[in-house]
Design a protein around this ligand. Sequence first.
Ligand code: GDP
Ligand code: IMO
Ligand code: MG
Length: 437
Amino acid sequence: MSSIVIVGAQWGDEGKGKIVDVLTEKANWVVRFQGGNNAGHTIVIDGVRTALSLLPSGILRPNVRCLLGAGVVLNPTVLLSEIDRVRSAGAVISPGRLVIDRDAHLVLDYHILVDKARELSRGADKIGTTGRGIGPAYEDRSQRSGIRCADLLNPNKMRERVRAHVDEKNKLLKYVLDSKAYVDFDVLWERLSQEAEILAPFVGCGSRIIFDALRRDEKVIFEGAQGVLLDQVHGTYPFVTSSSTIAGAATVGTGIGPKMIDSVIGIAKAYCTRVGEGPFPSEIDGALGEDIRKRGHEFGTVTGRPRRCGWFDAVAIKRAIRTSGIDSLVLTKLDVLSGLPAVKVCVGYQVNGEYVDDLPASLEGYEGLIPVYEELPGWSEDISAVRSLRDLPANVQSFLEKLSALIECPISFASVGPGREATIPVEVSDVLRAFLP
Ligand code: GDP
Ligand code: IMO
Ligand code: MG
């Protein structure tokens, strides 16, 4: 049995897609277990870039099978267009190679309209969601009225439930959210019933499939979306997403027991980014933040929104390590920092003169928060072609050592470019080694 969970250790976009791809050469399954098409995961193979929002990042490897687990919320229209796009780039996507869990919930048009209308009605207090209907779809799941992939197998049975949803959401939009947007049931139904026919053969029982695969000693990678600091409970609430993004969600969102997970890998940038609103203690304002955004091409994979940039925050990462049980960290985008005379790392916060070593629980806690930094020497060399630890400049090596000591966690890989090949092993455990070529 060999299974690893990969989670973002910051606020998303850490490079999870790239690292999942790197580790899938010998994997049998890649499983998405939460989130939906709010995710945007980028893979670069031989210079060709593919962005995925729903399909797991193993889909480009022909021998890897992929599961969209029960914890995912799935927009069928987006999934089908993504399947088309990836197929036209040469991937074979057939039922059996891609499985959609019967218990995953659907994101339908009204979820998207409610998401957007609610954001508008929040005004200055908006969350800055991706507008993909993710929150409202999870709301329906929690209040036990959601439409699931199992319903795609028997569309006529779901028809009246979808109609009831459309009626209810149209009222919500008009009378509560003061929105002019509304959903036409006939239009939605015509499309959804066609999509149900195409997707039905892909629907299966993910929990059984992965349980059996692990019993057969197959290799499984659980691919997290978003980041631990966006976790609905343990993140910077209320500026979070609507699913659980910590590693434990892999068991809940797949339907397997916690003992079936061998290791948890966190992915973090050598600096930090955040899209949307919400607290970001180590955010860099002004020209330097802008400079890092440009160097790192920090614009949302899904929405194209500029990402806010800041220094590596060891306090926040320690929270991620704790809440997800991260065994080792992969540090990405080290190449982006080349040329900076000095690199800062946030090692603590001062709040009203007191030293604080965790993210505050409430928004008020961030008022007057001052990050405490340690400054490390930068490096001028272009490191994007370096492929081994010993060939990295001394200052990069000491940066890695310093971070690892600060966060009390080994660094397994250092990433120096978007491509598969630009990945340097640092301290690789036996569990991880089993996934390498
Ligand atoms: P994900 O959501 O965590 O999968 O990350 P995204 O794909 O949204 O954003 C990460 C971006 O950084 C993508 O454009 C990747 O191609 C790119 N990337 C990943 N690792 C590296 C790296 O080490 N260096 C550079 N320059 N780019 C990287
Ligand atoms: P990947 O998987 C970065 C952020 C949004 C917003 C908040 C809530 O690519 O790392 P939502 O639409 O989920 O209700 O938005 O969460 N967010 C992400 N930020 N990367 C992501 O995914 C994100 N998915 C959601 O910007 O702040
Ligand atoms: Mg992303």
